[in-house]
Design a protein around this ligand. Sequence first.
Ligand code: F6R
Length: 362
Amino acid sequence: EKAGYEHYMRKEIHEQPTALRQTLSGRVDVDRARVDLDVSLPEAFLERVEEVQIVACGTSYYAGRYAARLIESFADVRTTVEIASEYEFGAGRDPDRTLTIAVTQSGETADTLGAIRRADSAGARTLAVTNTLGSSVTRAVDDAVFIRAGPEIGVAATKTFASQVTTLALLAVALGRERGTLSAARARSVLEDLRGLPGAVQQALDAEADVVTAAERYCDEDAFFFLGRDLGVPVALEGALKLKEIAYDHAEGFPAGELKHGPLALVTDRTPVLAVLTEGGAPAETMTNVTEAQTRGADAIGCVSADREFGTLDVAFEVPDVGLLEPLVANVYFQLFAYHVANEKGRAIDKPRNLAKSVTVE
Ligand code: F6R
């Protein structure tokens, strides 16, 4: 069943190119700059929508954070992302002009179901973005879109993150085209990047041996700090979550600019920093913050766009040119890093202590 892999997690990390092709299959028409997601959001609603709310937990929440930036930029509509257990519809909102999206791999997460039901009771239009046909969330919403990543068995979410962001990116393009806020030329360029994503992820997977070397070198450090800006922020947060979950190491993700506002006090020569230094992640500015950490003795591991070079990095992983999707490729390196650190430590990677694949209590 694990097809020769020692753990489902590594198998599922390697399934990402296939999963992404399934996510995109039949949904993209680059020439006509169109997306077909099979959701029938009425045109009149799309024209009047004033706010998109995303509700989710854990890794799905970080996918939502990534997507929110794309929705705002392509569809020119205010987009908020909330941890589902903290979500309330919000005073002063007009439910008639609000689309609330539940992002959930399993479709069974109690916190997310609770949030989407609160949105529904308030009168908002609701949409589920899920991996699971027939799941509870699909029965609680007006419309559902499937991410088609295939079954995910490892407790740590991996391939579903990439497929969630990809599905939401398609939705962002569709909204932008419907609302007339995204030009055909820009839509085509985004859709080209999406088409290139499976191949770009494959290139990262092909560099796994370099990640193993880094994991061996750094697996015994005291803590790990993940840094990013813009689209690199959710990826930094997700990278830290993976390392906590499966390696049981202290890891934190920060918007890189925040480092100097407090966390820098934690940085030593025993706390490597991992950074997203790609397109979509303000690489030059982020590198400034990485250098602040290096000045305090930390080693720096960076995921870097193919056409850039930061000569002072201790380790660099190359990210092929896929525009605003490059931080998603950095995420694959972070997944592999967490996996190999956990593997070095002999952790129960597919079933980490204290955690369950789907959390059905609030
Ligand atoms: C992390 C992880 C969890 C889930 C969260 C939401 O690797 O798996 O943080 O992402 O419990 O689960 P879903 O997406 O099923 O609602």
